[in-house]
Design a protein around this ligand. Structure first.
Ligand code: TMP
Length: 218
């Protein structure tokens, strides 16, 4: 059976990850790959329930440690019920966020040592083969995200409300992860139009992961 591939997309608010994931999945499916599109926090029933506790409500509702633990509890469900089974079936798994988000977001409140220990326990060696970090200026991303959420009754905007300095540190944290792990990570300029971003993403996937050439080759 074909070996599954694990790809994650990361980045700050309003980077356009969901649109890009749909485009990438479509392109891979055209080549005959079976693709599992998923997200964090979420991607499994219990993890989606935990998501509601994390993305809504007061910015200060969790202590930094509880918040990191909740993200890893959701991730444990996601890995066991969705990601690992899909990879075992030979599928391409594309996740909208994964452990790098916990390092970038929660790493600002708890030490990295705490997160790295949880990562070793929960994720183990199920790390992505490729992580695409969608980078764009903080103000551009936040403006896009606010526009997306305007008019929603219960917006999932708890992290968006955390202030510009938080988001500037977040951007740097993602860029640092990419610098420290260049073999796994690629930084994609997400400030351009969606078609240009999709092209940059596809070129990176082709270079790094050699997707199937056509439906007939599968
Ligand atoms: P999104 O689906 O719009 O990306 O929203 C999920 C939010 O959760 C986003 O603001 C980032 C945040 N988040 C963390 O803070 N830590 C994590 O580990 C993950 C996966 C997401």
């Amino acid at each position: 059976m074909a070996e599954g591939r694990f790809i994650t997309l990361e980045g700050g608010e309003g980077a356009g990850k969901s649109t890009q994931i749909q485009r990438l999945a479509e392109r891979l499916r055209e080549r005959g790959a079976t693709v599992c599109v998923t997200r964090e926090p979420g991607g499994a029933p219990g993890a989606e329930a935990i998501r509601q506790l994390l993305v809504t409500g007061e910015t200060t509702r969790w202590s930094p440690k509880s918040e990191a633990l909740l993200h890893f509890a959701a991730r444990a469900e996601h890995l066991e019920r969705t990601i690992r089974p899909a990879l075992a079936r030979g599928e391409w798994v594309i996740s909208d966020r994964f452990t790098d988000s916990t390092i970038a977001y929660q790493g600002q409140g708890v030490g990295l040592e705490f997160i790295n220990q949880l990562k070793a326990l929960v994720v183990g060696d199920t790390m992505p083969a490729l992580t695409l970090i969608l980078d764009l200026p903080v103000e551009t991303g936040l403006a896009r995200a606010r526009q997306r959420h305007s008019g929603e009754d219960s917006a999932e905007d708890r992290y968006e409300r955390m202030g510009t300095e938080f988001h500037e540190r977040l951007r740097q944290a993602f860029l640092n992860i990419a610098k420290n792990e260049p073999e796994r990570c690629a930084v994609i300029d997400a400030s351009g139009d969606p078609a240009a971003v999709a092209t940059a993403i596809w070129q990176t996937v082709e270079q790094r992961l050699t997707p199937p050439l056509s439906r007939n080759c599968h």
